[in-house]
Design a protein around this ligand. Structure first.
Ligand SMILES: *Cc1c(COP(=O)(O)O)cnc(C)c1O
Length: 451
């Protein structure tokens, strides 16, 4: 049994996990329930995962939106091993290391020359945002606009969970408790509302932050075409900096390397993380323009320095894997192969919607990202009671058909690694169909069959 676990070993680990671990975004009371067996993921290969019983599942959400080229990719594995044979970590405070320097250059080269030219490394999406926020505030302080202290963000936005990142967020359950401890942020529905905000507001704004093309944690909500261009114009006309949070959308997810490319927009700060290392290691980066960077230059005693950083900034193991991931994008022509996969996903999603006209109220897709909204009854507009966790139950049922994914409330999410094949995409959508049938249809269907 490959990657399986012996029953007594599983029992011991399950007890330890329930007694000592605290899982993110998880009601631990439910987790510790005697009837709950956590799934231990013991291995992976390509787009597939294996659990403690040796069962295999397609990685339907790219291991929470991180994996790009698949698990155990030989090129990424080799890069990690090679770097481990040299040194695992080097402090970026006062020293450089080859993988981090090469990666900074490679990331800048993904953008038109002279646009984004500086790369500041951190550890995850939230710290990439934190860094952009502090850079924006300090930039305005250093350039004579210390009154720009507020932030503009969008309704239902998600930018991470550290304090500043959380309070930029617009999803109530994640942010409301901490709102008064964080940044002064005003949330807008979209461009119309932002346009309507007067100059009294806009001249106090340091930066606007947006998830370009698609808001992930909001349930894969798509922006109207032209939104990003309009936002760039809004910022330019008012001296406001633009932060694009591509933590989820970066590295091919939307069909282009970066979502900003769909509208030819260059932000003042680009935040990337999840897919940066191909989903192997925590690593993030905040890219910015030379104009911003130069404001921080001066004599030491002028105290213009950006006093910010983390112990693992520019970690060589993570940077080596990130370089290998970019190499795989080139070697395997990952982006060139995407349109056919995206078209297959579109096709399968339309079949799914047709099969469940009364259970699926909407399907949204951007590249290889999909959100599928479930409803109790579409014709009468009745939503599922949220406490019933229908989305979660559908995803659990989809495991029986070989798919592992996680919903956002009653929105099913499909976001396979870019290495997914067309038949695997069909399998993934059919597994969701199986889940919907089992959870949303079979109860009423079997009731009427026995009647
Ligand atoms: C996941 C995510 C973040 C936070 O990244 P972490 O690595 O989890 O801190 C920020 N923004 C977006 C759009 C994300 O999807």
């Amino acid at each position: 049994m490959r990657w399986g676990m012996e029953p007594d070993e599983l029992a011991r680990l399950t007890a330890w996990d329930k007694n000592h671990a605290w899982h993110p975004f998880t009601q631990m009371g439910d987790w510790m329930d005697a009837g709950h067996q956590p799934l231990f993921i013991t291995g992976g290969q390509g787009a597939w995962l294996t659990d403690h019983e040796g069962r295999r599942y397609l990685d339907g959400n790219s291991t929470i939106w991180t994996n790009v080229h698949g698990h155990r990719h030989p090129v990424l594995d080799a890069a990690l091993r090679d770097q481990a044979g040299k040194i695992a970590h080097v402090s970026a405070l006062g020293f450089s290391n080859e993988p981090a320097t090469r990666l900074a250059r490679a990331l800048v080269e993904l953008w038109p020359e002279g646009t984004l030219s500086r790369v500041f490394f951190s550890d995850d999406g939230s710290t990439a945002i934190e860094c952009a926020v502090k850079m924006a505030l300090q930039y305005h302080q250093l350039t004579g606009s210390p009154g720009r202290t507020r932030f503009a963000a969008f309704t239902n936005a998600y930018h991470g969970d550290t304090m500043a990142a959380a309070t930029l967020g617009g999803i109530g359950v994640f942010a409301d408790r901490f709102r008064r401890f964080g940044l002064e942020t005003r949330h807008f529905e979209g461009m119309a509302e932002l346009d309507a905000a007067g100059e009294d507001f806009s001249r106090t704004v340091a930066a606007v932050i947006v998830e370009p093309m698609v808001q992930g944690s909001a349930g894969m909500q798509l922006w109207p075409a032209g939104m990003l261009t309009a936002l760039r114009r809004w910022c330019d006309a008012r001296g406001v900096l633009l932060i694009c949070d591509e933590v989820m959308t970066g590295f091919g997810r939307t069909g282009r390397m970066f979502a900003c490319e769909h509208e030819g927009v260059v932000p003042d700060f680009l935040c990337i993380a999840k897919g940066l290392t191909g989903g192997y290691m925590p690593l993030a980066a905040t890219l910015t323009k030379e104009k911003i960077f130069e404001a921080f230059l001066g004599k030491y005693e002028e105290l213009k320095t950006f006093f910010y950083g983390h112990s693992y900034t520019g970690n060589p193991l993570a940077c080596a894997v990130a370089l290998a991931s970019l190499e795989v994008f080139r070697r395997e022509e990952t982006l060139t192969k995407l349109p056919a996969k995206i078209a297959r996903l579109t096709h399968e999603l339309s079949l799914l919607k047709t099969e469940f006209p009364d259970k699926i109220s909407a399907v949204r897709q951007c590249g290889l990202i999909a959100g599928i909204d479930l409803m109790e009854d579409v014709s009468s507009g009745r939503a599922h009671a949220w406490e019933k966790q229908t989305g979660a139950r559908v995803c659990v049922a989809a495991r029986e058909a070989g798919l592992l994914t996680r919903p956002i409330r009653d929105t099913l999410v499909l976001m396979p690694p870019l290495c997914v094949t067309e038949p695997e995409i069909t399998l993934a959508v059919q597994a969701l169909a199986h889940g919907i049938r089992a959870v949303c249809v079979s109860a009423s269907a079997s009731a009427s069959a026995s009647a």
